[in-house]
Design a protein around this ligand. Structure first.
Ligand SMILES: *[C@@H]1O[C@H](CO)[C@@H](O)[C@H](O)[C@H]1NC(C)=O
Length: 208
């Protein structure tokens, strides 16, 4: 009886020591489809689980007058394997997050300051759009085209949360106008004027 108990106890210790509570990314190794390999738990401190740089970025460095400061796995290795991450969005006056979609994550936006007109378009092309003020939270379901526009007379900012540690984005303008897809194909597939396509290709660095 006592032997049986000791055996179960030893088995319990063995199995809990094998359980994996977390897998903080070892960014020196290559990323795989299932994430990064783990850093050795013995080397970790609480600081590995804290991200301290969710600050406003430079909104003057792009034509959309916005900045996105990510706390994705490459910046915040603790989210490796946890299927969540965060970011901070800052929008200058006139700032816009262009129409885009995330194939691998939902998005949640929490307005910190200012007013943001935000919307998404469902796959049957219904539009869901509203203007959000400080403290409002909106969800953008995975895969759907969505956008945000600074709707106020001052700057606006928001926190974003994703249920992926590595959110990907496809930006509509860049897909159409920043690569070498022949302008005639862009014109045929969108019915846009070639002159307008060439103008947008100049803005977004496209060729062809
Ligand atoms: C912000 O970006 C602009 C344009 O690239 C640059 O001229 C400016 O120096 C940057 N500001 C800061 C604080 O880095």
């Amino acid at each position: 009886m006592i032997h049986k108990f000791l055996f179960l106890f030893a088995f319990f210790l063995l199995s809990t020591s094998q359980a994996q509570d977390f897998c903080v990314a070892d960014l020196k190794s290559a990323q795989t489809p299932s994430g990064y390999p783990c850093k050795s738990p013995k080397t970790l401190t609480v600081d590995d689980f804290v991200f301290s740089n969710l600050r406003a970025g430079n909104t003057s460095a792009n034509p959309f007058k916005i900045s996105l400061t990510p706390a994705f796995v490459d910046e915040f290795p603790a989210v490796n394997g946890l299927r969540l991450s965060a970011a901070r969005l800052d929008m200058d006056v006139g700032g816009v997050v262009p129409m885009h979609s995330h194939s691998n994550t939902n998005e949640l936006l929490i307005v910190l300051s200012g007013h943001i007109t935000a919307g998404f378009i469902s796959s049957d092309n219904t539009v869901f759009v509203t203007t959000l003020s400080k403290g409002k939270v909106m969800v953008f379901p995975q895969g759907l085209l969505h956008f945000q526009i600074n709707a106020g007379g001052g700057k606006a900012s928001a926190f974003l949360s994703f249920n992926s540690e590595n959110p990907g984005a496809q930006i509509l303008d860049l897909a159409l106008f920043s690569n070498n897809l022949d302008s005639s194909f862009v014109g045929k597939t969108t019915l846009l004027d070639i002159a307008q396509i060439k103008k947008l290709k100049r803005i977004f660095g496209g060729r062809g």
